[in-house]
Design a protein around this ligand. Structure first.
Ligand code: NAD
Length: 289
């Protein structure tokens, strides 16, 4: 397929390279000259504008920082410029409302469009092992599937337009809360005189078991290799967790859903970010407990 890729940052760069590896012809645009240079080295044709990149394409994929940018790129340069037959796939993490507005505009213009945010970080983007949570009509999701499968290990339809974003922020709200709970449990165990490894051995086969403990333990030297073993560098940055918790709280407000633990998790990550830990892995929040 001929695929345009917009947004070649930490995530998009590896995702676009995986499309090439899977035999697709990729045309790309990014505001950053460095990103375009890396893309060229990965066999991607680069263009000076979004409009040029999307011309004559079968699909358009985007991986951009936020909803305002997604809206301006799609309404200004993709819708009405990509062929009407092109399937449009936004993989960015953005708010549900903006997502639905953009998809409605694309649908009015005759496109199939889905939201397809991801679970998995830069390593999964580079390795082609992302999980995509997809929102859109059944038909649009099936058209997007082969493109997404070239970049990930799982493609799951969550429902209609915006449902992918909804699934993503609910999952990440749970992750943020769960990580803080795991950190609190290990700190309390320490104060009560328990050995961290011993507590891990017990809790990881007991009812407190969870991903934040057994796959991503916030205590260095305990459990499988994780960012805590690398001074909390790499992994999933505090500022990205905070972005997702803010999106989740905005969605909870508009849906009038009670999320007291999500709210508290957002406040704690806000404090952690304000203290200069935005670039550190989110499990580093254990240091402030
Ligand atoms: P990033 O900042 O590294 O990349 C964004 C890219 O978009 C940059 O290269 C930037 O130059 C480009 N860009 C910005 N405005 C543009 C425009 N108008 N036209 C074209 N290009 C433009 O961000 P990232 O870490 O790659 O994240 C991208 C998205 O993926 C975000 O929505 C983020 O929340 C989500 N996400 C990130 C991770 C992660 O671990 N980094 C994990 C899951 C989801």
């Amino acid at each position: 397929m001929k695929i345009a890729f917009i947004g070649l940052g930490n995530m998009g760069s590896g995702m676009a390279a995986n499309l090439v590896k899977n035999g697709h012809e990729v045309a790309a645009f990014d505001l950053s000259a460095d990103a375009l240079e890396t893309a060229q080295a990965n066999g991607i044709a680069t263009y000076g504008t979004v409009r040029e990149a999307v011309e004559g394409m079968d699909a358009v994929v985007s991986m951009l920082p936020n909803g305002d940018i997604v809206k301006s790129v799609y309404t200004g340069s993709v819708i009405g410029h990509a062929p009407r037959s092109a399937v449009l796939i936004d993989c960015s993490t953005i708010d549900v409302e903006t997502c639905r507005t953009v998809i409605a505009k694309a649908t009015d213009a005759g496109h199939d469009m889905v939201d397809a945010p991801v679970s998995g970080g830069i390593a999964a983007a580079n390795g082609g092992t992302l999980t995509f949570m997809v929102g859109g009509t059944q038909e649009a999701c099936e058209r997007a599937r082969p493109v997404l499968e070239a970049m990930g290990k799982a493609v799951i339809r969550a429902g209609d337009a915006g449902a992918g974003q909804a699934a993503k922020i609910c999952n990440n709200m749970l992750l943020g809360i769960q990580m803080i709970g795991t950190c609190e449990a290990f700190k309390l165990a320490e104060r009560l005189g328990l050995d961290a490894q011993n507590f891990y051995d017990i809790a990881s086969v007991s009812s407190g078991q969870c991903w934040s403990m057994t796959s991503y333990c916030p205590v260095p030297g305990v459990g499988p290799q994780s960012p805590s073993d690398n001074d909390y560098d790499g992994g999933f940055a505090t500022n990205l967790m905070l972005k997702d918790l803010r999106l989740a709280m905005a969605a909870a407000k508009s849906a009038e859903s009670a999320t007291p633990m999500g709210e508290r998790a957002k406040e704690l990550f806000e404090d952690h970010d304000a203290d200069g830990n935005g670039g550190k892995d989110f499990s580093s929040i254990i240091r402030r407990l």
